[in-house]
Design a protein around this ligand. Structure first.
Ligand SMILES: Cc1ncc(C[n+]2csc(CCOP(=O)(O)OP(=O)(O)O)c2C)c(N)n1
Length: 573
């Protein structure tokens, strides 16, 4: 469709007008979990199918959490927002943890829900079922207002274009994130003859560039650093930012730590990457550059020296959506972090510096990196014959079967340390909101966007259950999106047990060896669940059989185009 021309499209109702505008705006997928509120949408999509209008393509997702996670995965790899629609307040409730995930990760999407019919009688679409009374809410938008960038209710057909364009503008705004649109049934059902669609004129904001003065002042501080440290978390959500950080770290000659990073924000194969835990480094650092990182260190475990300088570089260096976050910020640079890093790199290269001491520092960092990577490798290899299978060995084996076209997701599964990650978009982890169960849905969204890629999802056994596996395996089969899911099965919510031990080391649970609300036994044969969806499943408890099992499962995924699950009997993290 020519998006530079104003067009008028014949429609029969507001629901069809809404779909036409989504189509004109390039929305490819409509992830839906329907109910009595959906009539005009279902009917409109049927009209699209009859008229061979391919997009937005409806994807039936039998759990709302999975639908939002699919939109999240799709947007994480493409940057493009898609549409999710769920059933009124109850669908919103089921989706809410996934919306929180997307919100804290700044993932754009139009999350929408029907609104129960407003009128008790008299209009097309008025209430016709007892639930239409019970499903009304005084303020439906408030259900997710804290975790959406904008919410609105569609009130009439004339406004459809304005509402969709505003929703897209806000989802792709700064910061990006989900928006929430509610759609009352009578409004969708209202008769309408045509919809006029104008060119889309809501381009994204140009990247903000820090002033020369602030770059020079910051570069001055960096030049004076004897022991600088860089900590980054979410920078890799912009894949182009990776090379900017590499250039900056090399110009500064500083080690890089990537705690809890849901993206490849710095290649861990680079000579300057020294781990995912900043604690060993911050005590001695005199200048710390924090780049897009919610939690650069745990204050309870150690802090940088009082006289150190902390430079925070982020789109929003105040991290305004987090109620309490009190990391120091001696210099604060907002706007596009990639630009700031590039400008600082130039300033460092062009300014005066002691080449000899910088080169010596770089040598020390290289040695640290080597020692760190060797340690990881040894740890994995040492545990190669241990039963239950160690996470280190599992990750090491996944790394062996990975190629450049493989994307690994971890939903509380294997850590990213053991994988040799040099490329952006080769690994995705969970949101800072910590809503478990997004991984398989996220993997399905990624596979939808990048069918040529091999997608491996790793998840704890508890987390596999949070994924609503039947809903995920259904979508995988129905839409031919084969993935390999690895269940790291330790038959416990180990994280809950470990947190109890940490808070109450001498408590009742520890001394009696009884951890209520943590055990997950008897452990189900997880590999059999996927068989109900024509998938391939295998249980692996012998570490030496892991590589052959991974190879078999990937063959099924790649060649037979069927999904696979490996139920790996694991130890704890
Ligand atoms: C939706 C959701 N519910 C509960 C939690 C709390 N939680 C964090 S880790 C965890 C245990 C997950 O178990 P499993 O996947 O088996 O991994 P393990 O901790 O055993 O390594 C739980 C319940 C959460 N983060 N998200």
């Amino acid at each position: 469709m020519d998006s530079h021309r104003t067009i008028t499209v014949p429609v029969e109702n507001v629901g069809q007008a809404y779909l036409e505008i989504l189509r004109a705006r390039g929305i490819k997928y409509f992830f839906g979990n329907s109910g009595t509120d959906f009539g005009p949408v279902i009917d409109g999509l049927a009209r699209f199918a009859a008229e061979k209008k391919e997009f937005p393509k409806p994807i039936t997702v039998p759990h709302e959490f999975v639908a939002v996670s699919m939109a999240q995965g799709y947007a994480m790899i493409t940057g493009e927002p898609q549409v999710v629609m769920v059933h009124v307040i109850v669908g919103t409730g089921n989706a809410s943890a996934a919306v929180m995930n997307a919100s804290r990760l700044n993932v754009p999407m139009i999350f929408s829900a029907g609104r129960t019919p407003l009128t008790e009688e008299g209009m097309r679409g008025s209430r016709s079922n007892f639930i239409h009374w019970g499903q009304e809410s005084f303020d439906q938008g408030s259900l997710l207002r804290e975790f959406t960038r904008w919410d609105y209710e569609l009130r009439n057909g004339d406004q459809v274009e304005a509402v969709v364009d505003r929703a897209l503008e806000m989802a792709l705004g700064n910061p990006q994130g989900p928006v929430y649109l509610t759609l009352p049934r009578e409004v969708l059902a209202q008769k309408m003859d045509s919809v006029t669609i104008h060119p889309f004129r809501k381009n994204q904001t140009e990247a903000l560039r820090p002033s020369d003065e602030s770059i020079e002042r910051t570069a001055e501080v960096l030049r004076g650093a004897a022991n600088p440290l860089i900590i980054t978390g979410r920078l890799g959500s912009d894949p182009a930012a990776l090379s900017a950080l590499v250039g900056f770290a090399e110009a500064l000659a500083a080690p890089v730590v990537t705690p809890a990073s849901p993206f490849v924000s710095f290649p861990n194969t680079h000579d300057f990457h020294v781990g995912v835990n900043s604690a060993p480094y911050i005590k001695d650092a005199d200048v710390i550059v924090v780049v897009e990182c919610d939690v650069p260190w745990y204050p309870s475990q150690g802090k940088p020296p009082e006289n150190s300088k902390v430079i925070q570089i982020a789109r929003d260096p105040n991290y305004s959506d987090i109620p309490i976050r009190n990391f120091p910020k001696d210099i604060s640079i907002g706007g596009d972090p990639k630009l700031a890093l590039q400008l600082l790199t130039e300033a460092l290269k062009n300014g005066p510096r002691n080449e000899k001491s910088v080169a010596e520092r770089a040598e020390r960092i290289r040695a640290k990196h080597q020692q760190y990577r060797d340690g990881l490798k040894q740890r994995a290899e040492k545990s190669g014959r241990e039963r239950p299978v160690s996470h280190a060995w599992l990750a090491h084996c996944v790394d062996q079967v990975r190629d450049r076209d493989t994307i690994v997701l971890s939903d509380h599964g294997i850590g990213n340390e053991m994988l040799n990650l040099s490329e952006p978009e080769s690994y995705f982890g969970g949101s800072p909101a910590g809503g478990l169960g997004w991984g398989i849905g996220g993997g399905l969204g990624i596979k939808l966007a990048r069918p040529e890629k091999t997608v491996i999802v790793t998840a704890g056994d508890g987390t596999y259950m949070f994924n609503n596996p039947t809903a995920c395996h259904f979508v995988s089969q129905a839409y031919e999106l084969p993935l390999l899911t690895i269940v790291c099965n330790n038959a416990i919510w180990h994280s809950s047990k470990a947190a109890t031990q940490q808070v109450l080391p001498d408590g009742w649970a520890q001394s009696t060896g009884n951890f209520p609300l943590c055990e997950l036994s008897p452990s189900p044969r997880y590999e059999k669940i996927v068989a109900a969806h024509d998938g391939y499943g295998e249980m692996v408890d012998d570490p030496q059989q892991l590589l052959p099992a991974l190879t078999r499962a990937l063959k099924v995924v790649k060649e037979e185009k069927r999904q696979a699950v490996l139920n790996v009997i694991c130890g704890t993290h």
